[in-house]
Design a protein around this ligand. Structure first.
Ligand code: AMP
Ligand code: MG
Length: 630
């Protein structure tokens, strides 16, 4: 009933792509296992049958070598309760509406049903857990991997042709569980379920969520005993920088090469789709360099020739630059940006102690344990680049070898000792150049998003200083709510900002309900400061929109990019309490519906409640932090 109601909301309102779709039944959904058929399996369970024959509890945590995954099925889930689905997730996977009411769906997303595996013949597609490693808080952490995530199959949406890998988080122990229990608690599962879908609705690249299942019989020990849950989630790829890290650490250079081919051909649209060398860079670093295979293979003065792996690296760099720009423009903080949580596809991935900023505070980190503020809002662009340099190191040999990448001697034996220095300096130069590109792509995307958020049609060089920086400084000093600022700005009429008095009066809408905040500010100084900024802003609006400022058209455009609803920490906290402790169910669908349609003005529910969830963050709930124990 709840799900049906939500479906009605969505079809009455607008699904995010505005179109209806046919969709397949679960049984008809096209399924594939490209990842597992292209890459090497854990030699301990060389086939799905070998894994299937093994008692589930005997598939224990251990160090795995020579493999990128292990065949492993989810643990049996007792009495699963489907708490919620994402209709946007259903649509994007191409699953027919109504399938969520079937027993098959409920059992699939709880891990109790294998699709594609013929148990009698012991053949077909089988679930798996990925192996990866990672740099955590700047130190090498060794083997990590899907310690509680198990992928079921890939499926390609017949309309969009996008292929996704469907995965269950919280489905039991795998060889990569280390000392932990393979479970996920309801609390963090609710958070991931809502926020990954919210990011997608904000057009921020992210892994997605299809459903949330409560495991009422599963008692999970964290700081206290908590109920367990499973999020069925999906992504174009679950590969991370950490996947390359582990291969590098194990010295498995053949597999690094194999993985680059898999990614180019199966995750991206083929080698030829990858970025060509940036023409503006041509010749800039030109210098003769040896390529590292033999003295006869000296590279000409064309300089730093880019081979296909360099282009692959650049694609990964560019994607991550864009995603981190979107995080900054919408004030989303991941909280644990280790290399195992940095996606090869440039997705927001791994939802632990993340948060959207409430008040704008660049030093904020949602991670209670991050005392050095390594993963604070301000540091995200730097840290993602730090992680990308680790990837550059894993790919360094393939990048540095340039045109000789497929020379037999290099493929088989690697680089000759006497050529190593040249190779390293070439790789370093190419990675440094990719770093310049990272900055440029980041800035371009950040500018694009902020320009749109401010309701401008063009970007002027001076906007950076006059509008962006000045706004951020003002927000920081006055402790204003970041995302609400833009939505409130979208409501202003330009004709109401003509005089200083008018601007100072309008400034009041940005204050918290308790009045002016921030040390050393009083009502007059705060109104003056915001008023000054509004003057600069309205000048730019007139420049872009003409002498009457086109309030109506501009407001429509601004509201398309400035969400009214953001699932902030206090909202997720209330949601968790009400679902977990209060046994409420409908609230989850309500919040999810808002998260999936964040730009709407209202959601046809309870106006007062909607406004409360879109309103000022309760004073003592601002800038909350979480621990990593999820
Ligand atoms: P995270 O902090 O979520 O990025 O996790 C880091 C590593 O620890 C990953 O390899 C996870 O799979 C693993 N991990 C975290 N929590 C658990 C758990 N409860 N059971 C098994 N593995 C876990
Ligand atoms: Mg992780």
């Amino acid at each position: 009933m709840r799900l049906a109601q939500m479906a009605a909301h969505l079809s009455n309102g607008k699904p995010s792509n505005g179109s209806s779709y046919e969709g397949s039944t679960l049984a008809d959904l096209p399924k594939s296992w490209t990842f597992t058929s292209s890459l090497p399996a854990d030699p301990k369970f060389p086939t799905p049958a070998a894994s299937h024959k093994t008692p589930r509890q005997d598939i224990e945590p251990r160090q795995v070598k020579g493999a990128l995954y292990t065949w492993v099925r989810p643990e049996e889930a007792q009495e699963p309760e489907l708490l919620g689905i994402s209709l946007a997730g259903m649509r994007d996977l191409g699953i027919k509406e109504g399938e969520e009411k079937t027993e098959d769906f409920k059992q699939l997303v709880a891990g109790n049903k294998l699709m594609g595996w013929d148990a009698e013949k012991e053949e077909g597609g089988y679930p798996w857990a990925q192996c990866y490693g990672g740099w955590q808080f700047g130190s090498w952490a060794g083997q990590l991997g899907d310690g509680r995530a198990i992928s079921l199959f890939e499926t390609t949406n017949p309309t969009t042709k996008t292929r996704y890998e469907l995965q269950l988080k919280g489905a039991g122990i795998t060889p990569y569980s280390r000392f932990a229990d393979g479970k996920a608690v309801l609390r963090s599962s609710i958070r991931e379920f809502v926020v990954s879908e919210a990011l997608n609705a904000l057009r921020i690249p992210t892994t997605r969520a299809l459903s949330l299942t409560l495991l009422p019989r599963s008692k999970v020990r964290r700081e206290t005993i908590e109920p367990g849950a499973i999020v069925a989630r999906f992504a174009q790829s679950w590969l991370r920088i950490g996947t390359f890290d582990i291969l590098r650490a194990r010295g498995e250079r053949d597999m690094i090469r194999q993985l680059t081919t898999y990614i180019a051909e199966n995750v991206f649209d083929g080698w030829e789709s990858l970025p060509e060398r940036n023409p503006s860079e041509d010749g800039k670093d030109a210098r003769p360099l040896k390529t590292g295979v033999g003295k006869d293979e000296i590279q000409g003065p064309a300089g730093l020739e880019e081979n296909r792996v360099t282009r692959l690296y650049r694609e990964i760099v560019r994607r991550n630059a864009k995603t981190v720009a979107a995080w900054q423009a919408y004030a989303f903080t991941n909280g644990v940006l280790n290399t195992d949580n940095t996606s090869i596809f440039g997705l927001s991935i791994d939802f632990g102690p993340f948060a959207f900023l409430d008040n704008f505070d660049p030093n904020y980190t949602p991670n209670h344990d991050d005392h050095m503020l390594r993963y604070s809002y301000r540091n995200q662009p730097t840290i993602i680049w730090w992680n990308l340099v680790r990837l550059g190191e894993s790919l360094g040999e393939l990048i540095g070898v340039g045109a000789n990448i497929d020379k037999e001697e290099f493929v088989e034996k690697g680089i000759r000792q006497e050529d190593a220095d040249d190779l390293v300096s070439r790789a370093e130069a190419l990675i440094t150049r990719a770093g310049e590109e990272y900055k440029a792509v980041f800035l371009e995307e950040y500018k694009r998003l902020m320009t749109a958020r401010l309701g401008l049609k063009t970007h002027k060089e001076s906007d950076f200083e006059n509008l962006f920086s000045e706004l951020l400084d003002t927000m920081e000093e006055l402790e204003l709510d970041f995302n609400q600022f833009f939505r409130k700005l979208s409501n202003l009429k330009i004709g109401d900002l003509e005089t200083e008095e008018q601007r100072k009066s309008a400034a009041g809408v940005f204050f918290h309900h308790e009045g002016v905040t921030g040390i050393n500010n009083n009502e007059e100084s705060a109104r003056k400061r915001i008023g000054n900024w509004l003057e600069k802003w309205s000048t730019r609006v007139y420049e872009d929109w003409g002498p009457n400022g086109e309030d109506e058209a501009r407001q429509v455009e601004m509201k398309k990019v400035n969400p009214k609803f953001i699932p902030k920490s206090w909202i997720l906290d209330e949601l968790i309490k009400r679902v977990e402790k209060g046994g409420e169910r409908e609230i989850l669908d309500r919040i999810m519906h808002m998260a999936l349609n964040p730009f709407e003005e209202s959601w046809g529910w309870d106006e007062k409640e909607e406004e409360r969830f879109c309103g000022d963050v309760p004073k003592f709930d601002r800038a909350m932090q979480c621990s990593c124990s999820s």
